[in-house]
Design a binder for this molecule. Structure first.
Ligand code: SAM
Ligand code: SF4
Length: 339
């Protein structure tokens, strides 16, 4: 029987270890549900309701919860959203999280639109790496996919990220059949020329994002098309890696493939999520959420919050259902969960 509350004799990681012995040391924190883009695969075309300001966790609340997670073994945090860079004074949150004893790696996922003027300040505040979303190298297509005209700004953001000296810069590309799958080779050329990793991500289903299995370009197919033009050599990405990584012969950068749909990585999953409105999710596709905000605001102690976090972790399933069933799940959209 799982314990109902953590005991002081437990090792730091015990509270965040699930029924399948998976230790969770990676927390993704969404800092806002707002965004300056409208990517068609990430949010419904209509009807999304933004959370009220009071519903969103303050920086103090985020740091308080993060501190508890870190005390129980989380050593890697990724800030995400919505678009994290639209949250005011984000660099101060970065600095406060960076100062948590035990946190080794602090990363952020961003669409890059605002990075040209902010990347250096995030690096100075202690951010270790950036994943920047860019689904196309063509400005006209960018406008179709994001419903905004910010392609040049994102390219300038990537340049600024590289100039700011981040140890890790990755470009996230959601690959959609018939939309941008003709750019696989062009993106590989881009990776070959720059010191970064281009990550091709299989299109995933979320609330009203017009997903269908026929719009996925499977990992095997992506590799087949790229390897017709380039020689790829597998790299060891570590036990919890979600991406299969490859060196590009003669290239500076590398490639990664995030195969959530055709080859999931549930058995080694080490990730937990905190939404901008203070809900904990034990899986990107989980249909249940655990509220941390209300107990926090009601004055719960660290031990009480830890017990709630532990119950959430113990409720994690062995793996998410197959992709055909994911589309039927009652889940939020990616922009609301925090990718
Ligand atoms: N706004 C930031 C950004 O775009 O990077 C952070 C949040 S975004 C939700 C995080 C990541 O989720 C992005 O790389 C985005 O491309 C990815 N994403 C969103 N919807 C997706 C979907 N349906 N399938 C696969 N990846 C998706
Ligand atoms: Fe915004 Fe990122 Fe979602 Fe695009 S993928 S709508 S940039 S949160």
């Amino acid at each position: 029987m799982p314990p109902s509350s953590p005991s002081s004799r437990e090792t730091p990681a015990a509270a965040l270890t699930d029924r399948f012995s998976r230790r969770h040391n990676y927390l993704r924190i969404s800092v806002t549900d707002r965004c300056n883009l409208r990517c068609v695969y990430c949010m419904p075309a209509e009807g999304l309701v933004w959370r009220e300001r009071a519903e969103i966790l303050s920086f103090e609340e985020i740091v308080r919860l993060a501190k508890i997670f870190v005390a129980h073994g989380v050593d890697k945090i990724r800030l995400t959203g919505g678009e994290p860079t639209v949250r005011r004074h984000l660099h101060s949150l970065i600095g406060r999280l960076r100062a948590l004893p035990g946190l080794r790696t602090l990363l952020m996922s961003t669409n890059g639109v605002l990075l040209a003027t902010t990347a250096a300040s995030y690096r100075a505040a202690g951010l270790d790496g950036l994943n920047i979303s860019l689904d196309t190298l063509r400005p006209d297509r960018f406008a179709q996919m994001t419903l905004r005209d910010n392609h040049a700004a994102v390219l300038a953001g990537i340049t600024a990220a590289l100039a700011a000296g981040f140890p890790s810069v990755k470009i996230n590309v959601v690959v959609m059949q018939g939309i941008n799958d003709d750019e696989l080779v062009a993106f590989t050329e881009f990776a070959a020329k720059h010191p970064l990793e281009v990550r091709f991500i299989e299109f995933m289903p979320f609330d009203r994002n017009d997903w269908s299995a026929s719009r996925i370009v499977p990992y095997a197919e992506m590799r087949r098309r790229i390897e017709a033009a380039f020689t790829l050599t597998p790299l060891d990405a570590g036990p919890h890696a979600v991406a299969k990584e490859f060196a590009i012969a003669g290239g500076v950068g590398r490639l990664g493939f995030v195969t959530s749909m055709t080859e999931n990585f549930c058995s080694t999953c080490n990730r937990l999520r905190l939404t901008a409105d203070g809900k904990m999710k034990n899986c990107l596709f989980s249909t249940t959420e655990t509220d941390l905000r209300e107990p926090l605001r009601a004055g719960a102690t660290d031990a009480e919050l830890t017990a709630i976090m532990q119950q959430c972790v113990l409720g994690k399933w062995a793996g998410h259902p197959p992709m055909e069933q994911l589309v039927e799940l009652n889940n939020r959209s990616m922009i609301q969960i925090g990718g």
